[in-house]
Design a protein around this ligand. Structure first.
Ligand SMILES: *[C@@H]1O[C@H](CO)[C@@H](O)[C@H](O)[C@H]1NC(C)=O
Ligand SMILES: *[C@@H]1O[C@H](CO)[C@@H](O)[C@H](O)[C@H]1NC(C)=O
Ligand SMILES: *[C@@H]1O[C@H](CO)[C@@H](O)[C@H](O)[C@H]1NC(C)=O
Ligand SMILES: *[C@@H]1O[C@H](CO)[C@@H](O)[C@H](O)[C@H]1NC(C)=O
Ligand SMILES: [Zn+2]
Length: 262
């Protein structure tokens, strides 16, 4: 839980971060962003980068994905849930998240239960954001700045809550379709076709919860993209931004609070 002091510090950090971000990019939030509503990122901004992002974990394949990326001098992004396939606080999933963080990949939030946020009220949306960011901070020591909303779904309320929780929303401009029953071969073909179009950058959607993504799709995609001259970076890096509001020491495991039950 946030103490009053840490919440005040976070709010202060947030205020400082927003101004730093504005001067860093020299641009206002994308047009159409209402006051008090979080920005929604749909594409990278840095030329020649590809952000390989993996949703729905942490999963048993996360460490393998991390290892493959590191072996290719690449980094990626894991948008993790609190309670989806696994409970993020359980010893193994927590260790997977820390493993990826320590390897230099970005950890972002994919919210707690992987619900359709646009169907929830403010209290529920707030909990979906806050529980996940807190878990990431407890496990890694870093407070995330980016959330990918499940199904890429958001509305005005979701944007307002995201802003209040210090989260920039991120969707994607390339879907490998690994979650909709496509075989690795079909997803590979989608990467190949996209590379042939020579986009200046790519912000991708993949899922670390599938063995075929980890073992078949990823090695292929990395080679294809690197052969085409793309640099494989985190989502934050492909935007020229920082991935976290703050970076510190992880918390010590606490059996009373590191739980996914209500
Ligand atoms: C990025 O790529 C676009 C399209 O090719 C080009 O117009 C632009 O000048 C490039 N920006 C930089 C900073 O290289
Ligand atoms: C690895 O990536 C870094 C950062 O992108 C780059 O500076 C370095 O030259 C790369 N090393 C190799 C062996 O490709
Ligand atoms: C918000 O939604 C939750 C879950 O459906 C419900 O339990 C709660 O009563 C709702 N709160 C308000 C203020 O409507
Ligand atoms: C927390 O739970 C684990 C597994 O049940 C146990 O091994 C460990 O001793 C517990 N730690 C504390 C501080 O109670
Ligand atoms: Zn998802």
């Amino acid at each position: 839980m946030f103490s009053a002091a840490s919440l005040a510090l976070f709010t202060l950090t947030l205020a400082m971060g927003v101004s730093a971000q504005a001067s860093e990019t020299g641009t206002a939030p994308s047009n159409g962003t209402a006051p008090g509503a979080a920005q929604v990122i749909t594409s990278c901004t840095v030329n020649n980068t590809v952000a390989l992002a993996f949703d729905d974990g942490p999963s048993q394949y996360l460490q393998h994905i991390s290892d493959i990326l590191v072996a290719k001098n690449a980094t990626g992004t894991f948008f993790v849930n609190g309670l989806n396939y696994d409970c993020i606080y359980d010893p193994e999933p927590a260790a997977w998240v820390k493993y990826a963080y320590d390897a230099g990949h970005q950890i972002g939030s994919h919210t707690w239960h992987h619900l359709h946020l646009i169907k929830l009220n403010e209290t529920a949306v707030t909990a979906e954001f806050s529980r996940t960011a807190l878990a990431i901070q407890q496990i890694t020591g870093a407070f995330p700045a980016f959330t990918r909303p499940p199904y890429g779904e958001y509305n005005q309320l979701v944007q307002q809550v995201a802003q209040a929780q210090g989260q920039t929303l991120v969707t994607w401009d390339f879907d490998s379709a690994d979650s909709i029953g496509d075989s690795a071969k079909q997803s590979q073909a989608l990467y190949a076709a996209q590379v042939l179009k020579h986009p200046v950058n790519m912000l991708t959607l993949n899922h670390d919860v599938y063995k075929s993504t980890a073992y078949k799709l990823l090695p292929y995609a990395i080679n294809k993209l690197q052969d085409a001259g793309y640099k494989l970076v985190t989502v934050a890096e492909c935007l020229g931004r920082t991935p976290y509001w703050s970076v510190g020491n992880p918390a010590v495991r606490n059996n009373a609070t590191w739980v996914c039950t209500k």
